[in-house]
Design a protein around this ligand. Structure first.
Ligand SMILES: O=C(O)CCC(=O)C(=O)O
Length: 344
């Protein structure tokens, strides 16, 4: 496991070094933007030649127009409750029998500051069950996690906005609100074409207003980009930090008259958001309330060719609904260990 952590650090360092030598990026590159973000995007013409538009529980054209304007869409009842219950049962098993599993968690508690990413087997159950924990890439371990990540309702919409095959990049599972400051994901989740990024926030229970819900600024996907001092990505060369990023986004959205919205969706509903939608986690006002959610990040086939932790290796793909997710090259023994999802 320690070799995996060393490898993760060295991949991150290489990314920073190659960025250091390049000219700082201050905007997305216009020619490589997803087609829907370009000035002349013609949604009706696109849909005439898009095969996936039929048999959806939502109106794809209406959602695509909304996305272009607002930088997000909400899909009601997109994921079956049975699938969510299976995922939650597996997470409870992971916590209960944590000594058996190597799934990584990120712990944002002061006592873990020096070493915030650890395998669950090395973290006490009480900590795993509490707030400030993110379960990282649980879809690697779980067949139902992969099926939810690449559900037809999500994949069809994202393959339309990318105009390409969809690739599931990574996932985070939360039991409690994140209370994360306002940010845009492209600064942290970087593919070979940074604008080819989207995320899904999948409600694993009904969201209570006091549980630290997600908030977002509709329309913020088109505001000018923040400069971390070395361009738009936060990394080892940045002279500004995530708090500066948050202040810039909150102020810029306010000045542009963009109103903050709170995400109060129900179990099985999904928020999909654009690479540059400004969003964050609200304050947890009632600490006993959970806010269970599964957050997945996606890119396009053109922009995400290799697993982020093994850029030199040809990835092994798992294909669901015409989209792919890469097998975790560092933990083959943990892939799909939760396999009940095969029969669901
Ligand atoms: O769910 C949350 O509170 C924050 C999730 C988020 O912002 C992200 O994963 O980008």
């Amino acid at each position: 496991m320690s070799s995996l952590l060393t490898k993760l650090k060295s991949v991150a360092k290489r990314t920073f070094m190659s960025e250091q030598t390049a000219k700082p990026i201050t905007e997305f590159d216009y020619p490589t933007l997803p087609w829907i973000d370009k000035k002349d995007a013609d949604i009706p013409a696109f849909l005439k030649q898009f095969p996936g538009a039929k048999n959806l529980p939502y109106d794809l054209e209406e959602k695509m127009n909304f996305w272009r304007e607002n930088g997000y869409v909400i899909l009601d009842k997109a994921i079956p409750n049975l699938w969510i219950d299976q995922l939650l049962n597996e997470v409870e098993e992971l916590i209960d029998q944590h000594e058996k599993y190597k799934t990584l968690v990120r712990i944002d508690l002061p006592e873990y500051k020096a070493n915030p990413v650890l395998p669950v087997k090395d973290v006490p159950k009480k900590v795993l069950n509490g707030p400030y924990i993110k379960y990282m890439d649980f879809h690697d371990n779980s067949v139902i996690g992969k099926k939810i990540m690449l559900h037809q309702n999500i994949v069809t919409f994202l393959s339309a906005v990318f105009g390409d095959r969809v690739i599931g990049m990574q996932s985070l599972l939360f039991k409690y609100g994140s209370q994360q400051a306002t940010h845009q994901d492209f600064a942290y989740v970087v593919s070979e074409i940074p604008s080819h990024l989207a995320a899904a926030w999948i409600a694993l229970e009904d969201v209570h207003i006091d549980s630290g819900p997600l908030y977002y600024y509709p329309g913020s996907h088109t505001i000018g980009k923040f400069n971390f001092g070395n361009g738009i990505f936060f990394n080892g060369q940045s002279t500004l930090n995530p708090n500066d990023f948050a202040s810039y986004l909150d102020e810029t959205c306010q000045k542009a008259g963009l109103k903050k919205k709170t995400l109060l969706i129900k179990k099985g509903d999904v928020l999909l958001w654009h690479a540059a939608l400004a969003h964050g986690g609200d304050e947890i006002r009632d600490p006993v309330l959970t806010r269970k959610s599964f957050v997945c990040h996606y890119s396009s086939d053109k922009a995400y060719r290799h697993h982020r932790q093994s850029p030199e290796v040809e990835p092994t793909r798992r294909t669901i609904n015409g989209a792919d997710v890469f097998v975790n090259p560092h933990m083959p023994d943990q892939e799909d260990i939760f396999s009940t999802g095969k029969s669901i």
